[in-house]
Write a protein that binds this ligand. Structure first.
Ligand code: PNS
Length: 164
């Protein structure tokens, strides 16, 4: 069975993420979506909340598993016998950061390859940060996030939920 891991902060999951996950399921038998901690980012949702949202979004994808953890991606992959990371690449601006992570993960776990899927044109500009920015000013984010996420984000932003 071929396995791949799609790691990210997913704060929150966007339609761009969903497109990459969906396409990864066509390439691999089993896809693990890993909600992880990026120390550089202050998140709106806790790891557990992000996992819950993702689980709702992939409910109709039988070969997708959602996990969450705080730790090294390379170590987790080794423990689970995963040899492929799948990531979306939006624009040149993503490249240096993604290249650095791919090389670092390879250094930490020599078996681990990173596979980049180019984003669809309509998602080129889309990011979790942009979604949160639009929502915080009352903008319409329905075209950017999956349906199950929409209500949670609105609730969070408009009822003054605590930031994590
Ligand atoms: O969606 P993001 O924030 O760009 O994803 C980055 C993420 C979470 C995949 C990255 O920060 C990560 O892998 N964090 C786990 C810790 C780790 O393994 N760090 C070394 C990676 S080079």
């Amino acid at each position: 069975m071929t396995m791949a891991i799609c790691p990210g902060s997913f704060d929150p999951v966007t339609l761009g993420h969903m497109d990459i996950i969906q396409r990864a399921t066509k390439l691999f038998d089993h896809v693990i979506v890993a909600v992880m901690v990026n120390p550089a980012k202050k998140t709106m949702f806790s790891v557990e909340e992000r996992m819950e949202l993702l689980k709702k979004c992939v409910a109709d994808m039988p070969n997708v598993e959602v996990v969450g953890f705080r730790g090294l991606l390379a170590e987790y992959a080794r423990e689970r016998g995963i040899t492929a990371i799948v990531k979306g690449l939006r624009a040149v601006s993503d490249f240096e950061y993604e290249f650095q992570m791919a090389l670092t993960n390879k250094k930490l776990n020599h078996e681990l390859e990173t596979v980049f899927l180019t984003t669809q044109a309509q998602n080129m500009y889309l990011s979790s940060s942009i979604v949160k920015d639009i929502a915080s000013f009352g903008g319409d984010i329905s075209g950017f996030v999956p349906e199950p996420v929409l209500e949670d984000i609105r609730k969070r932003l408009y009822t003054g939920g605590t930031e994590k």
